[in-house]
Write a protein that binds this ligand. Structure first.
Ligand SMILES: Cc1cc2nc3c(=O)[nH]c(=O)nc-3n(C[C@H](O)[C@H](O)[C@H](O)COP(=O)(O)OP(=O)(O)OC[C@H]3O[C@@H](n4cnc5c(N)ncnc54)[C@H](O)[C@@H]3O)c2cc1C
Length: 439
């Protein structure tokens, strides 16, 4: 059978993974990507000598399929372990160390009662028998109807929630525990207990999309504006590049954009699919990066909500004399400050929101700051709010049930992680191959 012409919209990790699998099966795959480079929310950016990540900074080791994919694309030797990640947590009048990877050291977190420490131990023991899939929030459906705050308060205790869970979720994911379901936590945490290592890539996170993109046909700077209903003929994909309209034809389409952008590209979605997409939500994130003209000591701090400032995460990154890279400061906004930036239309002036807080943390800011960059990420992570993982499971079941011309993938259909995006790309490719075969 001749290979199908397949257009993949979006060259994030989900789109690249799907495209790679479909090409391996003999299909003729072309990726259309709106950005300048492939990778979406994974990769490095450089603005006036300020280096930062488009999104993800760490690779979790818990996904066996993703680790196999890294082996396949030759990236396993590029993994650099980061062990025993911890941060200083700052509350009003109180400071303590919080472990980012739950383990025995977490038991030393000050401010927990004896009963809470014992509950933490039994949670760790139960984790050994967990059957959840860390690449799939819908593998923890029993935790989907309840908020993360209720789930952890009931199972682990109020102090565990306030002193361990909330600062880490606010500081790394910009999620408040009462706004998300427990499905992300319940599907991933059991696979983190006792594992003290996460990874980065030697040479930067951009190595991942680069390696996945190897051998694929990708048209960057090409924004898809709509896909015409296929009818009996080929799908017609309308796009624009440099302000010029383009039309591509394909037998099948894989839509691998962020979920909140997907449905607007298709005028003819069935009501169930449209209803699903109307429930896809993302949070936003703002970060201010400062380039310094002198060296700093490394530091990482999370500020609790009770500390009541605009900054949730503060980092000092020393420069590198060998590469000539300057030292940088990193001020990540709290969920409340992100909302304020949106409400006051200040998403391009985040530095004004955090300036006083940064001066308190780094009093010589005005003397040492050579330049600054406001990074605004309008769609940071899909929000797995209570009930969302259940609707994801139903959507995926419908997508797998019968052949169609348009397939969807992305982290919003699996897990809000790189590994989840890759798993979703694998799943979409599996569906297509099972419905339409290989060449
Ligand atoms: C700040 C931040 C920190 C994170 N930290 C981590 C972490 O430490 N570890 C981890 O595992 N995960 C982390 N994540 C999550 C991880 O980055 C994402 O889950 C994952 O990269 C999502 O991949 P994706 O392919 O689903 O989507 P995306 O990467 O968003 O890809 C979608 C692509 O579609 C393109 N596109 C959109 N519309 C169009 C259009 N109309 N036409 C053409 N192309 C279009 C976009 O340009 C984009 O390239 C983080 C994310 C962020 C933002």
């Amino acid at each position: 059978m001749p290979g199908k012409r397949i257009a993949v919209i979006g060259a994030g990790i989900a789109g690249l993974t799907a495209a790679r699998r479909l090409r391996q099966q003999g299909h003729i795959v072309k990726i259309l990507e709106a950005g300048r480079v492939p990778g979406g929310r994974v990769g490095e950016r450089m603005v006036r000598g300020i280096r930062f990540n488009a999104g993800a900074r760490l690779v979790y080791a818990f996904s066996k399929p993703f680790n196999a994919l890294l082996d396949e694309i030759g990236l396993t030797p590029a993994l650099v372990p980061v062990r025993r990640l911890s941060a200083e947590c700052v509350g009003p009048g109180d400071r303590w160390t919080v472990e980012l990877m739950p383990g025995l050291k977490s038991l030393l977190t000050p401010g927990l009662s004896l009963a809470e420490r014992l509950r933490f131990v039994s949670f760790g023991l139960a984790a050994l028998a967990s059957s959840t899939d860390p690449d799939d929030a819908a593998s923890a459906l029993d935790a989907d109807a309840v908020t993360l705050s209720d789930y952890t308060r009931d199972r682990l205790g109020a102090n565990v929630l306030e002193r361990m869970i909330a600062p880490v979720f606010r500081g790394t994911r910009c999620w408040n525990p009462e706004e998300v379901s427990a499905a992300f936590f319940a599907s991933t945490a059991p696979h983190l207990v006792g594992k003290d290592t996460v990874h980065v890539f030697k040479g930067g996170m951009g190595r991942l999309p680069q390696a996945l993109a190897e051998g694929l046909t990708i048209e960057c700077d090409t924004r898809v504006t709509g896909v015409e209903p296929p009818g009996d003929g080929p799908c017609r994909i309308h796009a624009e590049r440099d302000g010029q309209p383009l039309v591509h034809e394909a037998d099948l389409v894989v839509c691998a954009t962020e979920g909140s952008l997907a449905s607007s590209l298709f005028a003819d979605l069935d009501p169930e699919t449209r209803a699903f997409f109307s429930g896809v939500r993302y949070n936003s994130l703002g970060i201010v990066h400062y380039r310094l003209n002198r060296q700093v000591e490394p530091a990482m701090q999370f500020f609790t909500r009770a500390a009541a400032g605009p900054i949730a995460t503060w980092q000092q990154g020393p420069g590198n004399a060998a590469t000539g890279e300057a030292a940088q400061l990193y001020a990540q906004l709290s969920p409340e400050a992100v909302q304020e930036a949106i409400d006051r239309d200040m998403t391009d002036r985040l530095d004004e929101l955090v300036r006083d807080g940064v001066r308190t943390l780094y009093p010589n800011l005005d003397r040492d700051c050579a330049d600054r960059h406001n990074q605004w990420i309008a769609r940071m992570l899909p929000v797995f709010y209570p009930g969302y993982a259940k609707s994801v499971a139903a959507f995926r079941e419908r997508q797998s049930a019968m052949a169609r011309r348009v397939y969807f993938c992305g982290d919003y259909l699996a897990q809000a992680l790189i590994t989840g995006a890759a798993a979703s790309g694998e799943r979409a490719a599996r569906d297509i191959i099972s419905h339409w075969g290989a060449s």
